[in-house]
Design a protein around this ligand. Structure first.
Ligand SMILES: Nc1ncnc2c1ncn2[C@@H]1O[C@H](COP(=O)(O)OP(=O)(O)OP(=O)(O)O)[C@@H](O)[C@H]1O
Ligand code: SF4
Ligand SMILES: [Mg+2]
Length: 348
């Protein structure tokens, strides 16, 4: 990443959702620690992958960055400007530059609106009138995402799942954003068309120079798309690195477990990995484990892991920019984890 100001700079980002209880007066009885102190940056035109199991806080992070949610603590800077608690008016110019693509292309498109109206929506809301008019721009966008511009007047139900996600991409591109947060954009699609949509996003990133935060639960998907990858577990980043460092030299036991679940065919140049079955479920983010949050499922946990939270740092053996939060990082010759689980079903 360049040494100039990053496009997006997130530090100590935290979101704790209050849990209300009690009768007749509802009080806050606890908090869901959905996101707990994230630090990361995204450079201009860069793609950062955000990966982790269900419930680890990926979507919450996406919604905080796009300011659909108000952070509990921490700081979000966009192009060097603090937007952490910016109000509607202050956010207006930024809103057009940071767009979101959602997981479900069925739910995120209004079924009663034509494709033309849906894609022109962001231009209408932001009162933007491109040269040649909105319709011309929409037709251009349809072409960019590989749809027929003549289908301008069709409705979402007339398209397939993959085509609908293309409509979502066109809508996100309407305001020429600098950053797109894509929240599991292909998870709801058939495996056979996932690659086509990923290729489209890759084309958008490379040809239009748009930066991405690409959210996925699968390390295989982001491998083809993101230059850097952050692995999340229970609201925290446990490892972040350039793609090749993360896949070739995973240092956190959780990263290693996730990687061991990636089919070998997609991890061709790395040696065969023995599959690591994680023990138990992800603990509740309402009452996360003390110290290292992964310790209840880690085969190497010691007393120190229960009392001291490991900081996210460049541990010995990591290249610059490769950070790991573990007291006992893995090495290439670490003996594969013992099979702790009796459960025949893989946990990751
Ligand atoms: N509005 C909310 N109120 C209370 N808790 C919430 C809210 N939104 C999310 N959570 C909780 O925060 C945690 C993180 O949720 P989040 O949706 O960010 O996870 P995720 O990593 O995107 O999961 P998935 O892979 O299933 O999409 C979960 O325990 C979730 O139940
Ligand atoms: S700090 Fe301890 S419990 Fe956490 S991942 Fe490392 S070895 Fe496992
Ligand atoms: Mg999610």
């Amino acid at each position: 990443m360049s040494s100039t100001t990053p496009l997006l700079d997130v530090s100590g980002l935290t979101k704790h959702f209050p849990i209300k209880g009690g009768f007749p007066i509802r009080r806050t009885v606890g908090h869901v620690q959905a996101v707990d102190g994230l630090d990361f940056q995204v450079g201009e035109g860069e793609s950062l992958g955000l990966v982790g199991e269900s419930g680890c806080g990926k979507s919450t992070t996406g919604r905080l960055i796009t300011r659909l949610l108000e952070p509990t603590a921490g700081k979000i800077s966009y192009q060097g400007k603090d937007i952490t608690h910016a109000n509607r008016k202050q956010l207006a110019p930024v809103r057009s530059e940071i767009q979101m693509i959602f997981q479900d292309p069925y739910a995120s498109l209004n079924p009663r609106h034509t494709v033309g109206k849906i894609i022109a929506g962001p231009m209408e809301i932001n009162d933007i009138n491109p040269a040649g008019g909105r319709e011309k721009r929409v037709r251009e966008l349809l072409e960019i995402v590989g749809l027929n511009p003549e289908h301008y007047n069709r409705f979402p139900h007339e398209f397939s799942g993959g085509q609908r996600q293309r409509i979502g991409v066109a809508r996100a591109l309407a305001l020429e954003p600098k950053l797109i947060v894509a929240d599991e954009p292909v998870s709801a699609l058939d495996v056979s068309i996932q690659a086509q949509v990923v290729n489209l996003l890759q084309k958008v990133q490379q040809e239009l120079g748009i930066a991405f935060v690409f959210i996925a639960h699968d390390l295989a998907v982001v491998r083809h798309f993101s230059q850097r990858v952050a692995v999340m577990y229970l609201g925290k980043i446990v490892e972040i690195a350039d793609r090749d460092d993360l896949y070739g030299n995973p240092r956190h036991p959780y990263t290693r477990a996730l990687l061991s679940a990636v089919p070998e065919a997609t991890v061709d140049e790395t040696p065969a990995r023995e599959r690591i079955r994680l023990q138990g479920d992800v603990p509740s983010p309402i009452n996360p484990p003390s110290g290292c949050r992964f310790r209840t499922r880690c085969w190497k946990a010691t007393e120190k892991c229960a009392t001291e939270a490991p900081p996210l740092v460049q541990v010995e053996g990591n290249k610059p920019g490769h950070l790991t939060a573990c007291h006992y990082p893995e090495t290439a010759d670490t003996v594969p984890a013992p099979r702790l689980s009796k459960d025949p079903e893989p946990a990751v």
